[in-house]
Every structure is written in structure tokens, then in C-alpha cells.
Design a protein around this ligand. Structure first.
Ligand SMILES: Nc1ncnc2c1ncn2[C@@H]1O[C@H](COP(=O)(O)OP(=O)(O)O)[C@@H](O)[C@H]1O
Ligand SMILES: CC(C)(COP(=O)(O)O)[C@@H](O)C(=O)NCCC(=O)O
Ligand SMILES: [K+]
Length: 259
């Protein structure tokens, strides 16, 4: 079985695969202090609880929080006796090289999203990933990651308002019908929701204009469906895009005799 680990700054998703077949996935909050032993107790309970075996023979990791990688490596060596592939490290090959400024390292989640989106939708695609940050990842005709946009994440924006302004409570994201709020909570909810609708529309339009060609838009992340109600913002919403991309990058390395 292959273990794909997608560590974001907020949550980490572990998924297991039998060849190309997705078996299951589980989410744990990201915490660099979590030890290899803690990961193993948690993961083995969930895997065996679903009647899968513990025969993990390969692992690929994407980590936007690099401090967690050390303990994930220990998990792999101590419990599964293997060396994981870590996306973004020189030893992990990519199907297509990113084209960005010299010396720049795009987030590994963006490289995984690129591989996943190119496989499912082909080139000239934008991935909108609603994580801790909201990323737009632009995939060129040949499948190369060619840059994009990093905007503050939805929950981060809500938290920032609450933290910086004494009179503003913490509120949940909703889909308000009206723009003009008549109480504080409704005003914040409107600002986040309609602000985000504008951000998604505006940025995708500008990306299309800058590239001067049609671009497909694929959204991923838990909050994507919230922003698509009644709007035609996305051509597809795919929760599993990042782990699909990780699986593909792993398979590519295997085909090339790497790892
Ligand atoms: N289904 C959901 N409903 C509400 N909030 C969500 C949902 N999924 C994710 N979130 C929130 O979105 C933020 C980013 O989530 P996640 O995609 O796990 O981020 P990352 O990949 O950066 O760790 C978090 O603050 C999380 O609480
Ligand atoms: C922008 C991000 C922090 C988003 O990560 P996430 O929200 O999944 O934690 C991540 O893609 C990252 O660390 N990128 C590195 C800089 C770059 O991509 O240019
Ligand atoms: K992510």
C-alpha cells in the first residue's frame, strides 16, 4: 500500500492507496511536536479499524509546514522501514518542471495540485485551493506549474478581524443573501462571503485576460462548495485533487526507477 501525506499549515491528510485505487483517508491537525509514535498509534488504529492491513511499502509527503517532515520521516523508517519521497526535495522527480523565477520553490501542495489537475483536466487550468491560505495555481498547456496567487485563507481572514478589532466577535462562514448587514455578525459574514466571491471572480478573470486564452478552473478544499452556490465560478470541485496529484508524482518516480 502507498501512504500519501498532505500536510497543510492547519490540517494533515493521510491517504492510503492500493496501486491506483484509493482506499481511505483521515485528517489530523498539523502539529510539529507530534511524534512518530503518536502518528503511528493514531494511523494504525484507523487503518486496522477499517480492516486494512498495515503493509505500507511506499510513502510520499507534501508539507507546507516543513517542521513536521522530520517526525514523518521517523514514522516511515521506524514503523514501515522505508524512506519517503518528499515533494519539493531534489530527489523527488516531477513529471513536468515548474517555470518560476530562478531559485524559487513553489509550495509542494501547488506542485501536487498541478499534477492532479493536469491529469484530470489537461493544461490551461487554474486550481483554487482553499486551505490556510487560498492559492491559485496556474497550470500551463504542457502541465508545468507557472505561478499563481496567494491570498489569505477564509478562516485566517475571519480570525484576523476578530484578533485585531476588540469589538468584532469570531463568526462562522455562511452564505448571506444580502450584502448590507444590519448587525455586526451579518456585516462580517457579508464581508468575507461577498469579498471572497469577488476575489475568486476577479482573480480568475484577470488570469484569463493575462494569459489571453480560456482557462478551466478547478476548486479544492472543504470550503469550495460554499463559494459555488448559484455562481459559475468553477468547472469542477474536487476534494481529493492534492492527494491524487501526490499519488501520480509517486507513480512517476516509481516508473523512473526512483524510490
Ligand atoms: N468543510 C469545512 N467547513 C468549514 N471549514 C473548513 C472545512 N474544511 C476546511 N475548513 C477550514 O479551512 C481552513 C483550511 O483547511 P485545510 O484545507 O485543512 O487547510 P490546510 O491544507 O492549509 O491545512 C481551516 O481553517 C479549516 O478549519
Ligand atoms: C501558500 C501556502 C502557505 C499554502 O499552504 P496551505 O494553505 O495548504 O498550508 C503554501 O503553498 C506554501 O507554503 N507555498 C510556498 C510559497 C509559494 O508557493 O510560492
Ligand atoms: K493544502
Amino acid at each position: 500500500m502507498l501512504l500519501c501525506i498532505d500536510t497543510g499549515n492547519t490540517n494533515t491528510v493521510f491517504s492510503i492507496w492500493d496501486g491506483r485505487k484509493f482506499l481511505s483517508h483521515w485528517r489530523i491537525s498539523t502539529d510539529h511536536r507530534r511524534t512518530a509514535d503518536e502518528y503511528f498509534v493514531w494511523l494504525s488504529t484507523l487503518i486496522t479499524g477499517q480492516k486494512f492491513g498495515l503493509e505500507i511499502d511506499a510513502c510520499i509527503i507534501s508539507a507546507t509546514a516543513p517542521r513536521v517532515v522530520f517526525n514523518l520521516r521517523v514514522l516511515c523508517s521506524r514503523y514501515f522501514n522505508l524512506r519517503p519521497l518528499v515533494v519539493g526535495k531534489p530527489e523527488c522527480l516531477l513529471p513536468v518542471q515548474p517555470r518560476v523565477d530562478p531559485g524559487q520553490r513553489p509550495g509542494p501542495d501547488r506542485l501536487a495540485n498541478t499534477a492532479g489537475a493536469f491529469d484530470r483536466h489537461g493544461g490551461d487550468t487554474v486550481v483554487v485551493d482553499f486551505g490556510t491560505a487560498t492559492n491559485f495555481d496556474v497550470v500551463d498547456k504542457d502541465g508545468a506549474y507557472v505561478g499563481g496567487v496567494i491570498a489569505p485563507g477564509v478562516n485566517l481572514s475571519l480570525e484576523a478581524l476578530h484578533m485585531a478589532a476588540a469589538a468584532l466577535p469570531h463568526v462562522d462562514v455562511t452564505t448571506p443573501e444580502r450584502v448590507i448587514g444590519t448587525n455586526t455578525v451579518a456585516c462580517i459574514q457579508s464581508g468575507i462571503y461577498w469579498g471572497y466571491i469577488g476575489l475568486i471572480e476577479g482573480i480568475t478573470q484577470r488570469i484569463r485576460a493575462e494569459r489571453d486564452r480560456p482557462m478551466k478552473v478547478v476548486a479544492t478544499g472543504g470550503l469550495a462548495p460554499l463559494f459555488d452556490q448559484g455562481f459559475d465560478l468553477f468547472d469542477a470541485i474536487e476534494d481529493d485533487l492534492t492527494v491524487h496529484g501526490l499519488r501520480l508524482i509517486h507513480d512517476y518516480n516509481k516508473e523512473m526507477g526512483n524510490g
